[in-house]
Design a protein around this ligand. Structure first.
Ligand code: PEP
Ligand code: MG
Length: 587
């Protein structure tokens, strides 16, 4: 078995056969044309621009039919491309080039594109330079339309010559994609995307997410290592791609996928608060980056957003600017409709490395290096920009700012000072109301858990991240399948740390939730209830099953079982789960 890692764009799971798309190399010969051919050549160029426009229009129309909810984001990106088809720099510039140099249209478009790229390269602003990618995509489409005189070939695949659905269930492996290409693949039923490059993928990445296509980017040498028709499993949560895996692994993921599909369909009943059998009230929050998931009616029974990861805003060559971050945060607050939204500052580094040369923790051991809040404090300009957007968003509703991978109280104090300074510098109209703002820490390191008493005076809430807390406590890399057997949420060391954090937070009246994957697994719900947890934060697919499970539990009994288990020298996790199961009853 081969396991490749990449940067995951969504937490979905996909199983399917590989379809490789080798990038098509375009040959663009230069032809000198006679003076009396110039107008015909210009007309040919305009016809190709029209063919490209029709093609993009068709993509948008199909998209609206197929995925009505997603078309706003797709529109935005495809519109950028459509607008470029009217850009005088490209269009008039090409016409002038044909006239002045008496060359064929393909060559004129190509030289125009190179000239624009060169002028962008001279500009310092990386955002403007990033725009060259869109221009490259569009000029390539025009050249393709010119080359065969028909619609541009968005992707060079025999499977795409047939009707929509020819890629149904396929996992496409390629180097890089543009937004129109992602849209086309979506229309052909592709189930997931694996890309070798991450740096030039930003718009397509956001689009893939909004279309609900699981995708991994930055999977090095994917086209070399993966053959056509190889069976693949993409685990979007851990950012891993399995190639040539075992039947057992396939069964495991099929079950998981089935559960997700089933659970996503079920809604949480807003009218009935979630209570254990013995009447203990519980909250379920959502881990999400998609406002649609929390918006009523679907998410109306949820207490709010317990974790919005923001790494996706930093995937672009240039991290999202303040205004576009603000738009994302506001959209989430609007969807939550007055319920609290917890937004985590960027957790870059460790397993969440970004492509390109942007600041990120490297070092011999990135998981122990400059990651998350450490990276933010080391690159205060990035963190300040995000905090400013968050503070401005907090005018719209209750927002909880969550700091990832906190290790010391000093880190929280530094961020709080930064926030105070930012507020002081904001115009009065944009000062967030104090009751809208909370600052919290993720408890993800053994240091933070053991020294929780030193962190609690600095925070308004804490969120336990068991994905990392397990990795750091058990010294088992969360991405390394070879030590996966050690990565056990029921290890007594981990249970003791969780118990300690909850106990201390409760004693000081600081709200505590748990947002690692452990919370989403119904079989651990009794354990967590027994450790005193009352707020779970899980991804959308896990909500319904968790709610069902919670209603079957007796909190008092779980508490007694856990108190015993924590002290038991013969602690047996399976026996504990069986004992909890034995005490459940249908709600
Ligand atoms: C965690 O570590 O449990 C967590 C929720 O954060 P992430 O999985 O994004 O590292
Ligand atoms: Mg984490």
């Amino acid at each position: 078995m081969l396991a490749l890692s990449g940067i995951s764009l969504s937490s979905g799971i996909a199983l399917g056969r590989a379809h490789r798309l080798q990038p098509r190399e375009l040959e663009i010969p230069r032809r000198t044309i006679e003076p009396d051919e110039i107008e015909t050549e210009i007309a040919r160029f305009h016809a190709a621009v029209e063919a490209t426009r029709r093609h993009l229009d068709e993509l948008i129309a199909n998209l609206e039919k197929k995925t009505p909810g997603a078309h706003a984001t797709a529109h935005e990106f495809l519109d950028t491309h459509r607008l470029l088809l009217r850009d005088p720099e490209i269009i008039d510039g090409t016409v002038t080039a044909i006239r002045d140099t008496a060359c064929n249209a393909e060559w004129a478009v190509q030289t125009r594109q190179t000239a624009i790229a060169d002028s962008f390269a001279a500009i310092e602003d990386p955002y403007l330079r990033a725009r060259i990618e869109d221009i490259e995509h569009v000029t390539r489409l025009i050249i393709e339309a010119l080359t065969d005189g028909r619609a541009p070939v968005l992707l060079n695949s025999p499977r795409l010559q047939g009707g929509a659905g020819d890629l149904a269930g396929r996992i496409v492996v390629t180097r890089v994609l543009s937004p129109p290409q992602v849209t086309l693949l979506h229309q052909h039923g592709v189930s997931a995307l694996v890309l070798e490059q991450g740096s030039s993928f930003a718009h397509a990445a956001i689009l893939a997410r909004s279309l609900g296509i699981p995708a991994l980017i930055g999977v090095h040498s994917a086209l070399t290592l993966i053959k056509e028709d190889d069976e693949l499993i993409l685990d979007g949560h851990y950012g891993v791609l399995f190639v040539m895996h075992s039947d057992r692994l396939r069964r495991h993921y099929r079950d998981k996928q089935h559960d997700l599909a089933f659970q996503v369909a079920a809604d949480l009943d807003a009218k009935e608060p979630i209570k254990t059998k013995d009447g203990v009230a519980l909250d379920i929050y959502l881990n999400t980056e998609e406002p649609a998931e929390i918006a009523p009616p679907r998410g109306s029974g949820l207490a709010g957003v317990g974790l919005m990861r923001t790494e996706f805003l930093f995937l672009d060559r240039r991290p999202a600017d303040e205004e576009s971050q603000l738009a994302h945060y506001r959209a989430m607050l609007a969807a939550a409709g007055g319920r609290p939204v917890t937004i985590r500052t960027f957790d870059i580094g460790g397993d969440k490395l970004l492509a390109g040369d942007r600041p990120q923790g490297g070092g011999e051991n990135p998981a122990l290096g400059l990651r998350a809040v450490r990276l933010g404090l080391n690159h205060p300009e990035l963190l300040r920009r995000q905090l400013r957007a968050l503070l401005r968003a907090a005018c719209d509703g209750p927002l909880r700012i969550l700091l990832p991978l906190v290790t010391t109280a000093g880190e929280i104090r530094q961020v709080r000072r930064m926030m105070q300074q930012l507020i002081a510098d904001l115009p009065a109209a944009e000062h967030p109301p104090a009751e809208h703002l909370a600052l919290g820490a993720m408890i993800e390191t053994p240091a933070a858990a053991l020294a929780i008493h030193t962190l609690l005076p600095e925070v308004d809430f804490v969120a336990i991240g068991t994905n990392d807390l397990s990795q750091y406590t058990l010294a088992a890399d969360r991405l390394d399948p070879a030590v996966g057997y050690l990565y056990d949420p029921l290890h007594p060391a981990l249970l003791r740390l969780i118990s300690h954090v909850i106990e201390q937070a409760e004693a000081r009246g600081i709200p505590v939730s748990l947002c690692g994957e452990m919370a989403a697994e119904p079989k651990y719900a009794g354990v967590l209830i027994g450790l005193g947890l009352r707020a779970f934060s899980v991804h959308c697919g896990a909500v319904a099953a968790l709610a069902r499970r919670l209603k079957t539990l007796d909190a008092g009994r779980c508490r007694a079982l856990m108190q015993r288990a924590l002290k038991d020298p013969d602690f047996d996790p399976q026996a504990l789960l069986a004992a909890i199961d034995g005490s459940t009853q249908p709600p």
